[in-house]
Design a protein around this ligand. Sequence first.
Ligand SMILES: C[S@@+](CC[C@H](N)C(=O)[O-])C[C@H]1O[C@@H](n2cnc3c(N)ncnc32)[C@H](O)[C@@H]1O
Length: 238
Amino acid sequence: MIEKIGTDAAKFLSTPCYEVKDYLGRLLKNNPSPLNVAEIGVGYGATSIEIVKMLREEDTFYFYSFQDEVDELNEDLSKQDYCKCKLVPLGNSHTLYDSFCWNLGKQVIDPNNKNGLFDLVFLDGAHSFLFTGLACVLSKKLIRKNGYLILDDLQWSYGNSYNLNPQVYPQILEQYTQEQVDTLQVQMAVDAFLENDINWKCLKNNKRRAVYKKVSTANAMLSVFLSRIGLLKEQTTE
Ligand SMILES: C[S@@+](CC[C@H](N)C(=O)[O-])C[C@H]1O[C@@H](n2cnc3c(N)ncnc32)[C@H](O)[C@@H]1O
């Protein structure tokens, strides 16, 4: 799979996410303890390769996509000399309503993960509100305090998608209303689940990508109360 990076077939999926490298670098600098990093939606592995190059032996890379994609990527990455970390491929089927959300959901309800699992999640899978919204909610639960959630393609909509817009793929209008086709659905997930959450701080939003940090794990009602009486101090180390 990774041999396709840089070819015409992978022309929109050959550039690794800069923010993932940047914030993972910060975590590695400040953290002697093992890190868990997740990428949701792997494409051809452009960002996965960079993550794996950076991770150490004690760290773990979890990656979610369709089963055939994660199997191929797992095989490719395990052969690389730079791959020192543990690899955890988590695949799902191609059936209509299946997605990475199913594996994320199982991890959320696993009692072993009750204090969180991830230090960084890169959410870059299916961009519909249906899947990205749920993956965002589940990822928020799985991210540990001071961990990062990075979302890609804030400007994406079905209407402006090169292969799913109604001119190229008219069936989209049987699945979504015109309003939904026109809406930036990843941005909608950000607005619905991150923007007003006092436990999360936006560190960067360049309109294409957003980086959020989990600054507190207090329950939402308690956080509002504590911040009102000045007892909730945000962590400022980024
Ligand atoms: C934009 S690409 C990811 C690019 C990659 N993160 C990178 O930086 O190179 C989106 C990925 O999500 C996967 N995906 C889309 N819908 C999915 C679903 N329902 N279940 C699992 N994976 C899905 C696609 O197959 C594709 O690999």
